[in-house]
Design a protein around this ligand. Structure first.
Ligand code: FPP
Length: 242
């Protein structure tokens, strides 16, 4: 297959459908998360092959704490295991890992693992992988507003200086460019509080494929679909008007 053109610079992904994938096979939901981590690995490799420099994935939402304690525990154990297992190879492939979200709720071993992975890969340049953990978009916006309001209260900032750029820079993704393409697997057609500010002009792509089944061919299909979109950012683009 030829390389789709243009390619997105930044892709955001909701990796949904792990639980259903497992249940359909009569297996525990956590097996779905295990298979989901393989799908993530494949996707990172595909992104690297295409030279896509930014990937942001939703690994654990602030709402995921509502799941049964045993699933949450196993999911967090999987994160730690996956970190220990994969970081070396990711590092060799030039992947920089960054965690976004409120990690203070996680156990010390996981927090240490995250910090270690971030430090170990900090200088890598091929691909920046943002892993959203205990992240919620509304929370992120409220936190940014509080932070800026506090700076105004201290007299360090005037309210008239708060513009889109300044506000966006306070959010978890900081000054990174917004995602060009959003992919959600698993059939639901919603954003689920994932990057609500950043996805304002992003091209949205939904597929019924369950995340553990998401393979290179599905990633390529999403890229091809993106290449055929006309992005107008509120302007008229190529549309002709009298
Ligand atoms: C949604 O599927 C998926 C999650 C809540 C967890 C995502 C985690 C992974 C893909 C594991 C790999 C990640 C890392 C960082 C190693 P679901 O459980 O909501 O599926 P369902 O909608 O079928 O129930």
């Amino acid at each position: 297959m030829s390389t789709p053109d243009p390619l997105p610079h930044h892709i955001a992904i909701i990796m949904d459908g792990n639980g259903r994938w497992a249940l359909r096979q009569g297996r525990p939901r956590t097996d779905g998360h295990e298979a989901g981590s393989d799908a993530l690995k494949r996707t990172i490799e595909s992104a690297l092959r295409h030279g896509i420099p930014l990937l942001t994935v939703y690994a654990f939402s602030s709402e995921n704490w509502r799941r049964p304690r045993s699933e949450v525990r196993k999911l967090l154990e999987l994160f730690l295991r996956a970190l220990n297992r994969e970081v070396r190879e990711l590092n060799e492939n030039g992947v920089r890992i960054r965690f976004v979200g409120n990690r203070s709720a996680f156990n010390p071993a996981l927090r240490d693992g995250m910090l270690r992975a971030e430090k170990q890969t900090a200088d890598n340049q091929a691909l920046l992988l943002n892993v959203a953990v205990n992240y919620g978009g509304h929370d992120d916006i409220a936190r940014a507003a509080r932070h800026l309001a506090a700076a105004v209260e201290r007299g360090e900032l005037s309210s008239s200086q708060i513009d889109i750029e300044r506000f966006g820079a306070e959010l978890a993704l900081g000054k990174l460019p917004a995602p060009d393409l959003f992919i959600r697997t698993g059939g639901e057609r919603r954003l689920s509080n994932f990057l609500p500010w950043e996805l304002a002009y992003t091209e949205l792509y939904f597929t019924d494929v369950l995340w553990p089944d998401f393979g290179v061919e599905h990633f390529e299909a999403a890229l091809a679909d993106f290449a055929n979109r006309e992005r107008r950012f509120g302007g008229l683009g190529q549309v002709r008007h009298a």
